[in-house]
Design a protein around this ligand. Sequence first.
Ligand code: FES
Length: 57
Amino acid sequence: MYVCLCHGVSDKKIISTVHKHQIHTINELRQILPVGSCCGKCVRQARQLIENEQSAL
Ligand code: FES
């Protein structure tokens, strides 16, 4: 499922990036993926994915 439609970034891509790069914040994620850099509608969902992955560790 796409989280960021503007840049075609999927939830799987975000989750794998969170694990690979030890991401803790949306700002850290945005240094690697372009989420939120266009309309910004994906930021809330991307942040939620990060929080879910952190709490699952
Ligand atoms: Fe991600 Fe627009 S949906 S910036």
